[in-house]
Design a protein around this ligand. Structure first.
Ligand SMILES: Nc1ncnc2c1ncn2[C@@H]1O[C@H](COP(=O)(O)OP(=O)(O)O)[C@@H](O)[C@H]1O
Ligand SMILES: [Mg+2]
Length: 264
């Protein structure tokens, strides 16, 4: 009998992933509660984006069960992925904008795909979303190649938020931004979360964004979920790879005070 867990936004049960003979991860169990902000962290190539695609229903795991809002996307033996399009928003790493559409049409796309809204309402919603992510109305007419890195991320975010998702996935939202752009974008995401109250999965190797944006952190290392917990719990983890990630020179700069507090 399948157990429907409506309380959880996302549930991974014994999920494993291989590409041919290469193991990416094995036996991952993870529950993301509704309204939670989870940071999925790990070195480059550890499988963060792959795991995110499995939560969205874009890529089947080799084994295990993936459930989103109580609906099974993948289960052992049966692979019936169904992306929960109207409940999930995704900001892909490169922004994911269609290069031959201007910003307006990119943001309008998911709204038009619903096939129930007329163009007047769509226009209203597009400008509302642009305002929400801090883009001027004039941006609507620009093509993706005319946008700066920060504007591209904001436009991608406006599209991800178009259908007012309950679950928002952000893949490396600050990558490619300079420190100030990155700080602004982190602040924007934090503000949007407190206004819109979606569940959030933040895939990142940017440790700086974690304290402000995540309730819990899951660390993917050595083909396992090596540690899951609050930032303080992660900082106290004895796992060698987790220690390496969170106690390097850069981490020391970011978490220094917090680490000392933890050891006091
Ligand atoms: N389509 C693919 N075919 C083969 N190997 C892949 C494919 N996609 C990703 N990989 C490999 O799987 C591993 C995890 O990739 P990815 O999920 O993109 O990691 P991350 O997002 O953590 O950097 C990497 O070693 C990558 O090279
Ligand atoms: Mg990635």
């Amino acid at each position: 009998m399948t157990q429907v867990d409506d309380r959880a936004a996302v549930k991974l049960e014994r999920v494993s992933m291989r590409y041919g003979s290469m193991r990416v991860y094995e036996d991952v169990d993870l529950v993301i509660e509704r309204g939670e902000r989870l940071g999925l962290v790990g070195g480059s190539g550890s499988g963060k984006s792959t795991m995110m695609r499995q939560m969205i229903g874009l890529q089947a795991p080799t084994a295990g069960r993936v459930t989103v809002f109580g609906q099974t996307l993948y289960s052992p033996g049966a692979r019936h992925a169904q992306m929960l399009r109207d409940r999930c928003g995704v900001l892909f790493q490169a922004g994911g904008l269609f290069t031959d559409l201007n910003v307006y049409d990119n943001v309008a796309l998911p709204l038009r795909e619903l096939r129930v809204l007329d163009e007047d309402l769509i226009r209203e919603l597009v400008y509302l979303k642009l305002r929400l992510v801090g883009l001027a109305p004039e941006t609507a007419g620009l093509m993706p190649y005319e946008l700066s890195g920060g504007m591209t991320k904001r436009a991608g975010l406006a599209r991800a938020l178009a259908l007012e998702p309950e679950l928002l996935f952000l893949d490396e939202p600050t990558s490619g931004l300079d420190p100030i752009g990155s700080e602004n974008f982190v602040r924007l995401i934090g503000r949007l979360h407190s206004e819109l109250e979606f569940t959030m999965v933040l895939v990142t190797h940017d440790l700086l964004s974690l304290p402000a944006l995540c309730d819990r952190i899951a660390v993917l290392a050595d083909g396992r979920l090596a540690a899951v917990g609050t930032l303080d719990e992660i900082l106290a983890s004895q796992h060698p790879t987790v220690q390496k990630l969170f106690h390097g020179a850069r981490a020391q700069q970011i978490f220094g005070a917090r680490m000392e507090a933890g050891h006091a």
